[in-house]
Design a protein around this ligand. Structure first.
Ligand code: SF4
Length: 338
């Protein structure tokens, strides 16, 4: 079945209106005006939890010709985690090394394994099980996050992931980027918004936690388009979101377009302005896992302001403070952004 809008989804996929969003917002940690992932983890596990990114040696159907070729315009998977791609280690060894590396610097005893690079549900079921099972050997691992595309899951894969729930907090992270099919086509995503709605429908009720990835500043999108993505998502039942500005990385199609002057990138001021509007429209109970992105200096071509993640976060926090605003301030069941 194909859904053309979130309004068509079955009831269990639709978010019930959060009661008293202002009261929920008042419980955000420290001086933050949004629900941070670190706050969620502390509440869930009683202490700090660190993420260990691993490379499961998967590929991507948007590169191998199954869904498309060439990948998304902005995709340079090396930019996600260059160390991982270089090391060619087994998942076990990557986890072991990750725990050691983090514990050398920090007093942390609990970790989440993040299958980050490429499409981490894109393999036969037995291969997926073998790969994910590696996580179970480590008593320090309390969670597993699986990054994937909305067109690369089915009930069998979701059942497999749900089978880890008694032992782990299991997240599935869907790269959506935008609800607008014309944008998804322009960036060569190789899937549609309807594919995403189908993924949400089959994931709802599995007990898996859902995180959605969105990019702000995609080619051809006006501010109202971006905010309509927030409005559409705010109606859905999901647990977390990762948001970041469009970045140009080396060796991507986007880099060529950028050098030819065919795209324009957001300034820090515009990004902060749109992002704050975006999170005001989100439900206050959605965990915000990411508000900007980092990439190694040698990979990031532009925008330059993305080189300083802490400065971006500080600008977002300052803008919300100036507005006296918070995540969910404008969260209601809108039909579109006005
Ligand atoms: S779906 Fe992910 S891995 Fe595949 S081309 Fe796009 S960004 Fe790259």
């Amino acid at each position: 079945m194909s859904f053309t809008s979130s309004n068509d989804l079955p009831k269990h996929c639709i978010r019930m209106h959060d009661h008293e969003p202002e009261k929920i917002a008042a419980s955000f940690a420290g001086n933050k005006r949004y629900l941070t992932f670190s706050h969620y983890l502390k509440k869930q596990f009683g202490e700090k939890v660190w993420k260990i990114p691993v490379h499961g040696e998967f590929t991507c159907p948007n590169r191998d010709g199954t869904r498309g070729t060439g990948g998304c315009l902005y995709c340079n998977n090396y930019g996600f985690s260059p160390d991982l791609i270089q090391q060619q280690a087994t998942v076990e060894n990557q986890i072991k090394a990750g725990i050691e590396r983090i514990q050398e610097k920090r007093n942390v005893s609990k970790f989440i394994v993040y299958f980050q690079t490429y499409t981490n549900t894109y393999a036969p079921l037995a291969h997926l099980k073998h790969t994910y099972d590696a996580v179970l050997q480590f008593k320090e691992i309390v969670g597993m996050a699986i990054g994937t595309r909305p067109d690369c899951v089915d009930e069998n894969i979701l059942d497999l992931l749900a089978s880890y729930k008694p032992r782990l907090d299991v997240w599935i992270e869907y790269g959506l980027q935008s609800i607008h099919n014309r944008t998804l086509a322009a960036i060569n995503r190789g899937h549609t918004y309807e594919d995403f709605l189908h993924a949400i429908e089959i994931t709802a009720g599995s007990g898996l936690k859902i995180c959605i990835h969105v990019i702000i500043g995609l080619p051809g999108e006006a501010k109202s388009d971006i905010l309509n993505t927030a409005v559409a998502l705010s109606k859905l039942n999901f647990d977390a979101i990762k948001i970041h500005p469009l970045q140009v990385h080396t060796n991507t199609k986007l880099e060529a377009m950028h050098r030819q002057g065919k795209i324009s990138l957001l300034s820090l001021k515009s990004y902060v302005d749109i992002l704050c509007d975006f999170i005001e429209l989100l439900p206050p109970t959605v965990v915000i896992q990411r508000l900007t992105a980092e990439a190694p200096d040698q990979i990031l071509v532009a925008p330059d302001w993305c080189r300083n993640k802490m400065a971006v976060i500080a600008a977002i926090d300052a803008e919300l403070e100036v507005r006296k605003s918070w995540q969910g301030k404008r969260f209601i069941h809108h039909d579109s952004f006005q």
